[in-house]
Design a protein around this ligand. Structure first.
Ligand code: HEC
Length: 146
């Protein structure tokens, strides 16, 4: 009996580990966008002069965008169109090539514009240019937020 219980416990642990790494693309893409949203909030404060300009923080914003863009497209497998309180619209799966092109452009803009930042003025310009990608994608591919 004891052996069976231990085996079951090990099996359960294994399943938990698989879920944590591999598993839930909806949770992972929400998590990725949450981090993007957080960094964007910090960026908006700097751009408005509500927080002091900080070059390392500025670079972290663009790096977070580039990192998210690098894996975002892989988080929309066919079996993740519904569930998990997703706000993703069916248009994503109907226009996969366009959706992926927008992700790639966002990542490219983050790298190109991010590399130009040296001070508050260049940050404002770069941040403005890169964050135009957010609304234009959400408009088409994300359920409007109430
Ligand atoms: C290429 C398309 C695309 C781009 C570019 C994009 N997003 Fe998103 N975003 C989405 C989609 C799709 C969702 C909904 C995902 C889901 O719910 O499954 C989303 C969700 C979000 C969320 C909600 C996360 C949550 O808690 O569930 C935030 C916040 C967000 N995006 C912020 C941003 C910001 C800020 C930018 C720009 C810096 C950005 N996004 C760029 C497609 C995009």
């Amino acid at each position: 009996m004891k052996r069976i219980a231990i085996a079951a416990a090990i099996l359960a642990l294994g399943i938990a580990a698989v879920t944590a790494q591999g598993g839930d693309p909806i949770a992972q893409r929400k998590e990725a966008m949450k981090a993007v949203g957080q960094q964007t909030g910090l960026g908006a404060r700097m751009a408005r002069g509500q927080a002091p300009f900080d070059l390392a923080q500025a670079q972290r914003i663009f790096a977070t965008y580039a990192e998210a863009a690098g894996r975002y497209g892989s988080l929309f497998p066919d079996n993740s169109q519904t569930g998990g309180e997703t706000a993703a619209l069916p248009a994503i799966w109907a226009n996969k090539a366009d959706f992926e092109a927008r992700i790639a452009k966002w990542g490219q803009d983050a790298r190109t514009e991010g590399a130009k930042v040296t001070d508050l003025d260049t940050f404002r310009a770069a941040f403005g240019a890169v964050t135009r990608n957010c609304g234009s994608c959400h408009e088409t591919y994300r359920r409007p937020q109430s």
